[in-house]
Write a protein that binds this ligand. Structure first.
Ligand code: PLP
Length: 259
């Protein structure tokens, strides 16, 4: 069985973070493992508290996996601070992990910060050059590139700029597009721009979509798919998961991971 590791924060409400990742790995039939970067007290209403782990605790968890089980693909989610980012990059380099999906998680939908501002340069310096594919949404791509993204051309410019930072492939997700009818993701591998269009589903229950999508990309990479194929499969998975959303809790419910 292929194995996938998530290095991310936990969501006590079960909709995002490592809980979403592990459910996605299970559904896509890869063996799921986790290294926890932070505990969040969280539900569908928002993030009530964040308790980061020490960088040492993150490294020790990664070593436990690297020294024994190994990983066919790795995804990173909430990394919270520069020390954790540096530690994760160091360990990924040490274990020669190659199928690396970086979801540059910054701010939760409710507004809570999941990455300290001063950690953004560490993300760019240490982690992006090690990544196989990164999966920013539009606000995250804007922060990483210092560009304002409104049009398809802007997305292409941002994708080029991200590749210039050492990223091998990028998916700029269209969930924040203005268009009320569709969401358009842009995939770029340095050679070709591919726009992936999907019908916009009008729902408030989208908590954890980014986590679930990047976990699905990692699972498909672990199974040996090429990057574009892994992204296309993950896109179908997340589309079905949003259509099959769960209306639980009093706020923004999660996508359904049983697609
Ligand atoms: N909480 C954790 C621990 C996460 O890793 C993420 C990932 O993006 C989120 C929350 C984001 O949740 P939302 O989809 O509601 O923005």
């Amino acid at each position: 069985m292929k194995k996938a590791l998530t290095i991310a924060g936990s969501d006590s409400g079960g909709g995002a973070g490592i809980q979403a990742d592990l459910k996605t790995f299970q559904e896509l039939e890869v063996f799921g493992m986790s290294a926890l970067t932070a505990v969040t007290a969280q539900n569908t209403l928002g993030v009530q508290a964040v308790y980061p782990m020490t960088a040492e605790a993150v490294m020790t968890q990664i070593d436990s996996i690297g020294e024994d089980i190994g990983a066919d693909a790795v995804k990173t989610g909430m990394l919270f601070n520069a020390e954790i980012i540096e530690a994760v990059a160091k360990k990924m380099y040490h274990y020669h992990w190659t199928n690396v999906v970086v979801d540059p998680v910054m701010i939760a939908k409710g507004g809570a910060s999941l990455l300290q501002n001063e950690a953004i340069s560490a993300l760019i310096q240490f982690l992006l050059p090690l990544s196989t594919v990164i999966t920013p949404n539009i606000p995250e791509a804007e922060v990483l590139t210092n560009l304002s993204i409104q049009t398809a051309e802007d997305k292409k410019e941002a994708a080029k700029k991200l590749l210039a930072l050492g990223v091998k492939n990028v998916v700029i997700k269209g969930g924040h597009d203005e268009d009320p009818n569709q969401a358009v993701d842009l995939f770029y591998d340095g050679l070709e721009f591919v726009f992936i269009k999907s019908k916009r589903i009008n729902t408030k229950n989208t908590h954890g979509t980014g986590c679930t999508f990047s976990a699905a990309v990692a699972a498909e990479l672990a199974k040996g798919h090429l990057v574009y194929d892994a992204v296309a499969k993950a896109k179908s998975f997340i589309q079905a998961a949003i259509e099959d959303q769960l209306d639980i809790g009093h706020g923004h419910g999660p996508t359904n991971h049983w697609a």
